[in-house]
Design a protein around this ligand. Structure first.
Ligand code: Z57
Length: 854
């Protein structure tokens, strides 16, 4: 309709005063408005947290505006869409990231400062110093939540895989791709790690308790998700078909998280599903008369999205986990199909309009689910359905560890998803027939490749299902790709070599430089004379020219020093340990796992300590002072990983209180390592360790964040490290240890031959109780001695110590060190997730940018 010669849209646009404005005055007005009407505090008196809330809502408004426009634009253009399915997204905090991507950081800071607030404090760029080493556990929670309320991390994921999803969402938005992320909205994210007497304790992560302005609840976007029940034969339109009669229905409600791109209006959607009791269909239970119990029972539906599983690598055949997977997959598929059917009459164009990306095997039931919908609900018949199916899925695997390859017991599957099991059997039957035709009666190979694992317990091999049904299987680094071909999926590679590709992982420079290291960001922009590198990372390479420029080196050192200062303050607040800024900050932060070899690091520290202790006083002057920092969470049920944490604390206790050693060596464990802690620690480190046994880290992305921040790497040639070597040269890193192809032979070698005396000596110190807890550490020592040492700590120890010594020598030559550091940042362009995503878009998904006009 037209009113006064204007279209309704034009009029509304006018009424709303056009787009929201980003000048400081407009922002200030909005902040005050939200203080009064959203936070419901008086605009004449509000505190830091309330200011944070009001600022967040003002930013949220701007996100929503761009998000609406983007979605509208996508709808109009109807491009091929990417759906990124992942059970985990490790988003971290949103405020500073949104403010950076919207390009309104300075304006926000100005708006706040006139109101008497500091942007850096609200966005937690400055760590709250009064954190608390005096306080014990309960007090800790109380303090951090009640007194210093601040934005908590959205930690809906465990580690690398989950943070990769987050980085990739940022790149998808920035590069204007029409993409959606789908996942689960866990009520409790990854547990908070609390250390008591050096032992890890897990506390629930109450991340939603103080509200979450970064999500939009969509009560009307909801779908029923069904479980259990039976399958019946039926006839529809004269054709035989199967009908699933489910036993339980749970409602999935959408929560949308807008993901803003940098330097673009495009803002995409991360849609997370929460489980709610379903209405209707309950008449039965209410009729039994037990009204109260019927209501109470309804609430049980919410259990599905209650909590994130904190161990991502050992699938334990848990019913709840399977239900989580199917719950999020079913809701997402209904949503995707509804969006498709809105504009398409039949499924012919489905593969041209939809790309489904499986982030590891976790969302792989979506394969059976899509097949079920096409067969049982759309009645397309097997041939047509299968033809569609095999064109839409791409699968990325993130591991080489066999224990991380999910297997679902058939009994469990049969009970929870009976129709899906049938479909998987049918897929497997046809696959096996086809395979027999190709390879003949090689039964050993047939049984290895089967989707169904026969044996005492029958299992579904989810990885095999994913490979058979995807058009592309991606590895996460070149080394990982080679391992897939030669070890993990050899049979499949030989059958379908063209299916296998790799896309080396990357991380987003927006969060890992611009947000987390603003001073380095400013320095880079100054020397490059442009900020374009923030969305055009290849420009970083131009820093190489200035690597030995004394002026840049001077400023570079200053930046590093301020960042180290923040880390030092944090360490002191958390643990009471005072550290010297002249010392080399040597950092290993990542999930605790035997293959990542934090134990090797600690044994190396013990060796260093032992050397210092045995030196003459005069010799000690030559020692390069070090602050060794370790951080990371152990999966709650992983005994050995927990013992590694305890050992770190026990050794730290001895070293840090030894006056002989003083500032020459400190060891600190940073508790509750998460995205926000990473943002603080990574910019303030000199050296970082990535020391997995070669052939075990599929990629590794932490290394890339350190690299971008000009932090030198001490690493094994594993996963992505090999590619970092190609970019910056081994001479600018400290590489050590067995190579991937040497590992097998070393394992077979006699252990007494390969472990050097120094290794036996430091282990002896632990065994003899030098650091206390003798009995407790026995089983930990046993994992690397007495012919075991699966991860080859002993055989890599000597070369590890050499690499450490080389790092010491390099650190003394400040000019050389700075040059290496600059070359790290300059050589990090290839490890931007922008490059990864462009690769995926072109070679795997077949999607094009779809830019929303300003
Ligand atoms: C996870 O974080 C990774 C692999 C897994 O199989 C699971 Br489950 C969780 C990690 C790899 O260990 C890293 O090497 C890799 O960089 C990361 O996924 C992202 O690909």
């Amino acid at each position: 309709g037209f009113v006064g010669g204007k279209s309704k849209t034009e009029r509304m646009f006018e009424m709303m005063d056009g787009f929201l404005k980003n000048d400081p005055d407009s922002l200030q007005k909005d902040i005050l408005h939200h203080v009064e009407y959203t936070v419901a505090r008086s605009r004449f008196s509000f505190d830091d947290f309330e200011a944070y809330q009001a600022l967040s809502h003002s930013v949220r408004d701007r996100l929503i505006e761009r998000w609406h426009d983007t979605q509208q634009h996508f709808k109009k253009k109807d491009p091929k869409r990417l759906y990124f399915l992942s059970l985990e997204f490790l988003m971290g905090r949103s405020l500073s990231n949104s403010v950076v991507n919207l390009g309104i950081r300075d304006q926000c800071a100005e708006a706040l400062s006139e109101l008497g607030f500091e942007y850096e404090v609200l966005a937690e760029q400055v760590v709250n110093l009064i954190v608390c080493y005096f306080c014990e556990i309960f007090y800790f929670n109380y303090l951090s939540y009640m007194l210093f309320l601040k934005e908590g991390d959205a930690a809906l994921g465990n580690g690398g895989l989950a943070r990769l999803s987050a980085c990739q969402m940022d790149s998808l938005a920035t590069l204007d791709y029409p993409a959606w992320g789908y996942g689960l909205r866990y009520q409790y994210g990854l547990f908070r790690q609390i250390i008591l007497d050096g032992f890890q304790h897990e506390q629930p992560d109450y991340w939603l308790n103080f509200g979450n302005p970064w999500e939009i609840e969509r009560v009307h976007v909801s779908y029923p998700v069904k479980f259990y029940g039976t399958v019946k034969e039926d006839v529809v339109n004269g054709k035989e078909c199967k009908v699933w009669i489910p036993g339980e229905t749970v409602e999935a409600v959408a929560y949308d998280n807008p993901i803003p791109g940098y330097g673009t209006r495009n803002t995409i959607t991360l849609r997370l599903w929460a489980a709610k009791p379903s209405d209707g269909c309950d008449i039965e239970s209410y009729n039994t008369g037990d009204y109260i119990n019927a209501i109470v029972n309804r609430q049980k539906a919410e259990i599905i999205s209650n909590v994130l599983y904190p161990d991502d690598r050992s699938y334990q055949g848990k019913e709840l986990r399977l239900k989580q997977q199917y719950f999020f997959v079913s809701a997402s598929m209904q949503d995707i199909i509804r969006r498709f059917k809105d504009v398409h009459e039949n499924f012919d164009d489905f593969p041209d309009k939809v790309a489904l990306q499986l982030n590891d095997t976790h969302p792989s039931i979506s394969i059976a689910e899509l097949m079920r919908v096409l067969l049982d609900e759309e009645h397309l018949g097997w041939k047509k359905s299968w033809n569609i199916l095999k064109q839409v899925f791409s699968f990325t695997t993130h591991t080489v560890l066999p224990e991380a390859l999910e297997k679902v017991p058939v009994d469990l599957f049969q009970n929870v998803l009976p129709r899906h099991l049938e479909i998987i059997y049918d897929i497997n039957f046809k696959f096996m027939e086809e395979l027999k035709e190709k390879i003949g009666q090689d039964y050993a190979r047939l049984s290895r490749m089967s989707i169904v694992e026969e044996g005492a317990v029958k299992n579904i091999r989810v990885a095999n299902l994913s490979i058979v049904c995807s058009h592309t299987v991606n590895a996460v680094s070149r080394a990982h790709y080679e391992l897939l071909k030669t070890r993990v999926f050899t049979d499949f590679y030989e059958l379908w070599p063209e299916k296998f590709q790799f896309k080396t992982n990357g991380v987003t420079q927006r969060r890992w430089i611009v947000v987390s290291n603003p001073s380095l960001c400013a320095l880079i922009s100054k020397w490059l004379g442009t900020e374009s590198w923030i969305s055009d990372i290849d420009l970083l390479a131009r820093l190489r020219e200035y690597a030995s420029n004394p002026d840049l080196q001077k400023e570079w050192t200053m930046v590093k020093k301020t960042n180290k200062m923040r880390v030092a303050e944090y360490i002191e607040a958390m643990s009471g340990v005072k550290v010297s800024l002249d010392a080399m900050f040597d950092v290993q932060v990542k999930r605790i796992h035997e293959y990542k070899r934090q134990l090797l690091n600690i044994l190396g520290v013990i060796h260093r300590y032992d050397c210092i202790k045995n030196m003459e006083k005069s010799e000690r002057k030559k020692v390069v002072p070090r602050v060794c920092i370790i951080g990371g969470k152990a999966p709650p049920g992983y005994e050995i990983a927990k013992k590694i944490i305890k050992l770190c604390h026990a050794v730290a206790e001895t070293i840090n209180n030894d006056e002989d050693v003083g500032d020459l060596l400190k060891l600190v464990f940073i508790p509750d390592y998460n995205v926000s802690v990473a943002e603080l620690v990574i910019p303030g480190s000199d050296l970082s360790q990535h020391i997995s046994t070669a052939g075990h880290e599929a990629s590794g992305t932490g290394s890339m964040k350190f690299l971008m921040n000009g932090c030198l790497l001490l690493a094994t040639a594993d996963g992505s490290t090999n590619e970092i070597i190609e970019e910056i040269g081994a001479e600018n890193m400290f590489i050590f240890g067995a190579k991937i192809h040497e590992v097998q032979a070393l394992r077979e070698k006699d252990s007494n031959v390969k472990a050097p005396l120094q290794f036996m000596r430091v282990l002896r110190m632990v065994r003899d109780g030098y650091f206390g807890f003798k009995d407790y550490f026995k089983s930990l020592c046993d994992t690397v001695e007495n012919g075991k040492d699966f991860y080859l700590l002993g055989s890599d120890f000597a070369s590890y110590l050499e690499a450490q010594a080389a790092a010491d020598r390099a650190y003394v030559d400040k000019k050389k060190w700075n040059e290496m550091s600059i070359l790290c940042t300059a050589g990090s362009a290839r490890f931007s997730s922008d490059r990864t995503i462009e690769d995926y878009a072109e070679k795997t998904w077949g999607i094009q940018p779809c830019k929303c006009p300003f």
